[in-house]
Design a protein around this ligand. Sequence first.
Ligand SMILES: [Zn+2]
Length: 153
Amino acid sequence: MTLNNPPRGTGRPARARHFGSAVTVPLDCGHPATLTDHAFTNGIARTAAGWTSCYRCAYDDQVVDLLVRDTIAGYLSLNASGPPPLGSFTTWPGEILGAVTALWTGSWRWSANGRWRMRYVEVRDLHGQRWRGHGSDQYDGIRLRKITTRGKS
Ligand SMILES: [Zn+2]
C-alpha cells in the first residue's frame, strides 16, 4: 500500500464497453478487472469521480480514505451471535476495513419494506481510528463518521 494514489491516466475515464460481461482492457488503475466468482459483480470498482479500478487498488484507496476522510461508506458483516469481535466493516467485495467494537439495536419499526430496527455501531479501523454510524438492519450498507479527528481545525 502506498499513501500516494497511483496515476489515473489522462482524459475521460474509460467506460466498460460491454456492461455485465468481461472487460479485458486495462482499467484506469492499469490492471485488468478482478476475477470474481460472483455473477453479480464484474470485477470493476468505480471511484466517485468515475475512474475504474480493480478491487485491489480500490481497497488500497479505501484504506487511505480512512485516514483522510471524516465520513466513509462501507458494509457491515456482523456475527449473528457469539463473543467479540462483533463483526467487520468491509468494502463491497468484503475486504476488512475495521472491526465492529460496539453494536446497539433500536426498537422495532415498520415500513413498506417490513419490520426493521435502527442499528448503531462503533468501528475501530485498520489504523486504530474510531468511527460511529447507524442505519437500518435491512441493509448491510452503512455510512460512518469519524469520532476522533487528528490535526483538524
Ligand atoms: Zn488496479
